[in-house]
Design a protein around this ligand. Structure first.
Ligand SMILES: Cc1cc2nc3c(=O)[nH]c(=O)nc-3n(C[C@H](O)[C@H](O)[C@H](O)COP(=O)(O)OP(=O)(O)OC[C@H]3O[C@@H](n4cnc5c(N)ncnc54)[C@H](O)[C@@H]3O)c2cc1C
Length: 210
């Protein structure tokens, strides 16, 4: 966080009890890019996350912020005299506090990646022009090179990225070593498995958990 943001927004609340509700866009539509700046392999690459390239992402985040404000207004939290910050984010002065334009402005000036960037060289099939590595992590068109990290995720996972990264690294290590494990049997009935191709992705975890 930049110092002037902290001074303007947070400093007045130092010493008081506060809490944060942090809405997250788990399935962003915006796509960024990463490019080499020079041919020097030691030079830093250019990284453009392109956050909010898709307006849909901004809309989702603003809806999340509205929900957070609603939570703060529940009787349970009112009992503690909970109220939203009355300080204004730099760049959003002049907008009515917590109005739609203010929330959109706040999202634009105060959004972070939360340290989970991923998916810069997508795994996929050779027929997919946007794929960089095959399902074994081998880079298309480059012999003897694999990528085995969070960058190969074709879609960012909804949860944290560390365990899935370890999982895919273990799987790739098995490929390299030629080790084959027994197929994993998911905790689902045969009927559920039969329906899988037709089940919307969002329904999966509910079926597994409940
Ligand atoms: C502050 C922070 C908090 C996080 N908290 C969580 C959390 O609570 N839970 C969670 O699931 N995830 C969390 N993550 C995300 C998670 O750590 C990453 O998604 C995950 O580590 C990505 O793995 P990776 O192998 O792609 O990259 P990395 O873990 O970054 O591994 C890259 C490795 O490559 C090495 N390397 C880089 N350049 C070279 C080079 N030229 N030659 C040789 N080696 C090189 C680096 O030293 C490093 O060891 C957090 C990340 C951060 C930054």
């Amino acid at each position: 966080m930049k110092k002037h943001v902290w001074t303007q927004v947070y400093k007045p609340y130092v010493g008081l009890h506060t809490f944060t509700i942090l809405p997250i866009v788990l399935r962003p539509r915006s796509r960024g890019w990463i490019r080499l700046e020079t041919a020097d392999p030691y030079a830093q690459p250019l990284i453009e996350p392109n956050i909010f390239d898709s307006d849909q992402d901004l809309n989702v985040l603003v809806e999340g912020m509205k929900l957070a404000l609603k939570v703060a207004k529940t009787p349970a939290l009112r009992a503690y005299n909970a109220q939203p910050f009355q300080t204004t984010f730099p760049g959003c002065e002049g907008l009515e506090l917590y109005s739609e334009p203010y929330l959109r402005c706040m999202a634009r000036v105060y959004t972070i990646t939360s340290w989970h960037p991923s998916g810069t060289c997508k795994m996929g099939f050779k027929t997919d022009p946007s794929a960089v590595v095959d399902p074994m992590g081998r880079v298309f068109g480059v012999r003897g090179l694999r990528v085995v990290d969070a960058s190969v995720m074709p879609n960012v996972v909804s949860g944290n990225t560390n365990a899935p990264t370890i999982m895919l690294a273990e799987k790739m290590a098995d490929h390299v070593k030629g080790r084959r494990l027994k197929p994993f049997v998911p905790p689902m009935t045969r009927a559920m498995i039969a329906r899988l191709p037709y089940m919307p992705y969002e329904d999966w975890h509910f079926s597994l958990l409940y």
